[in-house]
Design a protein around this ligand. Structure first.
Ligand code: F6R
Length: 340
């Protein structure tokens, strides 16, 4: 059941309110980021971050590359690529401010003399920035990092002056779409509830074209963290040159739920490959397809991401697991901290 009462019973820590706040977060994060000025204008930029923080950089970098031709590197690791140095801007994003890899890469940036900005709700990253007189963008504390995506995405986007109109349009699209996906909207009219029902019991594999790859990865990570299930993301058309064989030959294919993220602006080669792939998979399992809608690419990418957030949230409700806690990540971080 996916009515409001079942949602309330399972969602003990109020994740629904955080998922619903995505449009406001984007706007608020953007306003906060504007205070730092257009630091990322016309230069090489590297965005650091892991998990729920790193994905903000990955989504922005993918959209900027597709629409603005801007080369922004998203790094989910403890070191910077060798080409990064003086004159480059490194934006270190860690919601908690305490993530090992992000802090290590931030220190790497300090050693190399890059310009540096922190984006965090506090922790060691904030202390590092304060202690070295570096700018930092402080976002509200008290959320799970993945539930603060809008603050981090909006804050980061504000450092790039060319994003203003698109971010505004996308935030409005998120607001409109959000009202159609909320727990109060009955299943028959709620695309996220319907999709959660169809995916339940199967392992999701989310497919996106290269521009949508970070959005597909966000879907995966939300299935992992909200719904507590295994899920993977993959990129087409590349997967047609390898994974497709598994779909054709593996007798366990029906245990998986391929979810295609489609965009009306996809290039004709992508359209042809994705259509053909869907038809080939159809004989093996039920294929799900999400067709992005919206006036701009960024609006479509972010509303597709929002649909994934809600779908994984409802899958958590169907599985009767509290969407918020991710105990094992905390356990791993505690173990690593002991050995340092
Ligand atoms: C938890 C989550 C994780 C964290 C990751 C990095 O909600 O999404 O993926 O984002 O462990 O931690 P932060 O974001 O604090 O740097």
């Amino acid at each position: 059941m996916l009515d409001e009462a079942s949602v309330r019973r399972v969602d003990k820590s109020g994740a629904a309110a955080h998922v619903a706040s995505l449009p406001d977060q984007v706007v608020r994060g953007f306003q906060l980021g504007l205070k730092l000025g257009p630091l990322a204008a016309r230069r090489r930029v590297v965005v650091l971050g892991m998990g729920g923080s790193g994905i903000a950089g990955a989504v922005l970098a993918s959209w900027l590359a597709a629409e603005r031709g801007a080369m922004v590197a998203s790094v989910n690791d403890a070191r910077l690529p060798p080409w990064v140095g003086e004159g480059d801007l490194v934006v270190a994003i860690s919601y908690s401010g305490n993530t090992l890899e992000t802090l290590a890469a931030t220190r790497d940036a300090m050693r190399r003399g890059t310009d540096l900005v922190g984006l965090t709700s506090g922790g060691t990253l904030r202390d590092l920035c304060d202690g070295h007189g570096l700018p930092s963008l402080l976002i509200p504390p008290g959320l799970m990092p993945r539930s603060a995506f809008g603050y981090m995405f909006g804050g980061l986007a504000a450092l790039f002056p060319e994003t203003t109109a698109d971010v505004r349009t996308a935030a409005e699209a998120l607001r409109v779409k959000g009202t159609k996906l909320a727990p109060g909207v009955p299943e028959a009219k709620n695309a996220a509830k319907k999709l959660a029902q169809r995916v339940k019991g199967r392992t999701p594999i989310i497919y996106g074209t290269p521009t949508y790859a970070p959005v597909a990865r966000r879907w995966q990570t939300e299935f992992n963290e909200y719904a507590k299930v295994l899920a993977w993301a993959s990129v087409l058309p590349e997967a047609d040159h390898n994974e497709l064989v598994g779909w054709a030959e593996d007798p366990s294919a029906k245990r998986f739920a391929p979810i295609f993220l489609r965009d009306p602006g996809e290039i004709e080669e992508h359209r042809a490959m994705l259509d053909a792939t869907r038809e080939l998979m159809k004989g093996k399992t039920k294929v799900e397809e999400v067709r992005a809608e919206g006036p701009t690419l960024l609006a479509r990418m972010l509303t597709t991401l929002q649909l994934g957030d809600w779908t994984s949230f409802y899958l958590a409700v169907l599985r009767k697991v509290d969407p918020t806690p991710v105990a094992v990540i905390g356990k791993l971080k505690a173990q690593l901290a002991k050995h340092r």
